[in-house]
Design a protein around this ligand. Structure first.
Ligand code: F3S
Length: 64
């Protein structure tokens, strides 16, 4: 499974980073500009909560 960030939707709310700083990183302006990245099964619940936490719905989970 992959985590995909829609850069056009991200408004820098930082909920993703606040919720899971080990999974997400923000740029110097506070935006999530990460390229798609793989997660393990064990990280799935955290990723799902980050998806729900983003007010802009900028984070998606995509099956491989
Ligand atoms: Fe952006 Fe959503 Fe995170 S707006 S900084 S992807 S909480």
């Amino acid at each position: 499974m992959k985590v995909v960030i829609d850069h056009a939707k991200c408004q820098g709310h930082a909920m993703c980073y606040n919720y899971a700083p080990e999974m997400f990183e923000l740029d110097d302006d506070g935006y999530n500009r990460m390229e798609p990245f793989q997660i393990s099964k064990g990280q799935r619940v955290i990723a799902e909560r980050a998806v729900e936490a983003c007010p802009e719905r900028a984070i998606s989970l995509v099956e491989d």
